[in-house]
Design a protein around this ligand. Structure first.
Ligand SMILES: C[S@@+](CC[C@H](N)C(=O)[O-])C[C@H]1O[C@@H](n2cnc3c(N)ncnc32)[C@H](O)[C@@H]1O
Length: 394
């Protein structure tokens, strides 16, 4: 079984805790791969004929399907299994963290107070936007904004360790696959871009951030998030890996960075956890802080456009069952419209599959050196990541 690479603040599981977490990992896989596919038969045999009989046609949207599927006993059972495994998984990780929390906090503080490669900037009076503060995204206890004790790092530790289990190790032993995939997409699409200064919006525990930095080792990298505990953790984690990153508590909707300061802005897997108006505001801010000719890249799961209503319904499970209230709305947003409203030229907007995450995980050094190995490949090597890219006019 793939294990997460240790670092100074990664909570260490005892033998019993590891057994519990491994069990939940396998149970999650089993439920997803062996039990939830039975919903297709439930739909075909019971729900679709009912919709057809009532409406005299096939369902036109995932919403019509959901209205009937939520009454189906098989779907109720599988949803309950999925949700329960998710909650059990977070609880198992939280137990491991709480057992060693004072030590983890002390380690993070010692790192912070020593000679550091990067930096950490927290704002005591910072107002966390309600779409983050009022919601425990993907059922993570306390969400991203949790900050319960002095110098808390729990939210960062929960995300780092829990998301590794939750994603079945998809992002690699360093949890940095999203950042590496972003770097590969940039290197493939803008081979002449040599970013000196990079901004990442929505860094959480810093997994994507360290991946991006490993691919652009000479660039100055700034990363922002709104949660203080995720940022404390991300900073200590990056420092303990010997990676120089400047972390800031800042809202991507209203950043304090000066105009035209960055060559590249990356927003990895974060828009699906923002409100609609926040997505528009972050795009505007990305445009403002980019140098002319600079690139904005955002990665998400593929949009719903062009996908049949049943598949949309299946992929929309998180919106209603996993505390991801913006998931469905963001996956049907037209980012070309959003980019244009933010000041980008519509003709400079591109979207499509990026490299497979498993491929990206193999990137072990500067992206310029190794990208050829990955170029030309889209879906190979595991689940593909989807990118939206746009460039500020020169
Ligand atoms: C799914 S996580 C990102 C995962 C991370 N990039 C990784 O690869 O591990 C989304 C993050 O976006 C942050 N976020 C949400 N709204 C934000 C905003 N307006 N400004 C900055 N960060 C924000 C959340 O606090 C959360 O940490």
């Amino acid at each position: 079984m793939l294990r997460q690479e240790p670092h100074a603040v990664l909570p260490q599981s005892s033998v019993n805790e590891q057994a519990r977490q491994d069990f939940l990992n396998q149970l999650g896989k089993h439920v997803l791969n062996e039990i939830t596919p039975g919903n297709t038969a439930a739909y075909q045999r019971r729900v679709l004929p009912k919709i057809k009989a009532e409406k005299g046609r096939d369902p036109e949207s995932r919403h019509e399907i959901r209205k009937e599927m939520v009454r189906d006993p098989y779907y109720q059972m599988t949803s309950s299994f999925q949700r329960t495994v998710q909650e059990m998984m977070w609880n198992s990780v939280d137990d491991t963290i709480q057992r060693q929390l004072p030590d983890l906090i002390a380690t993070a503080k010692t790192i912070r107070d020593g000679d550091t490669l990067g930096s950490l900037h927290l704002e005591p009076d910072f107002e966390i936007p309600s779409y983050v503060a009022d919601n425990d995204h993907h059922c993570m206890p306390g969400g991203y904004s949790g900050d319960l004790v002095d110098d808390d790092i729990t939210a960062g530790a929960l995300y780092d360790k829990g998301a590794f289990i939750y994603t079945q190790g998809l992002f690699g032993p360093r949890m940095d696959g999203i950042g590496k995939a972003a770097a590969l997409m940039i290197a493939t699409s803008f081979p002449d871009l040599r970013p000196n200064k990079i901004l990442e919006i929505g860094c959480t525990a810093g997994g994507s951030t360290t991946g991006l930095k490993s691919a652009f080792p000479d660039a100055e990298l700034h990363a922002i998030d709104v949660g203080p505990a995720v940022l404390r953790y991300a900073h200590a984690r990056a420092e303990s890996m010997g990676v120089a990153i400047h972390f800031h508590q800042m809202n991507g909707e209203a950043m304090t960075f000066e105009d035209e300061g960055f060559d590249l802005v990356n927003c990895p897997a974060s828009f699906h956890e923002m409100s609609r108006s926040a997505v528009y505001n972050v795009f505007k801010e990305a445009h403002r802080v980019l140098k002319p000719g600079g690139v904005f890249l955002l990665s998400e799961l593929p949009p719903y456009e062009g996908v049949d209503p049943w598949t949309q319904f299946v992929r929309d499970w998180d919106t209603y069952n996993n505390n991801e209230p913006f998931w469905g709305a963001v996956h049907e947003m037209d980012f070309a419209d959003v980019a244009e409203a933010a000041g980008f030229n519509r003709n400079d907007y591109w979207q499509g599959n990026g490299p497979g995450i498993a491929e990206a995980n193999q990137l072990t050094g500067a992206v310029e050196v190794q990208n050829k190995k990955f170029m030309g490949s889209t879906r190979g090597g595991g689940q593909a990541w989807y990118a939206h890219m746009t460039k500020r006019e020169s």
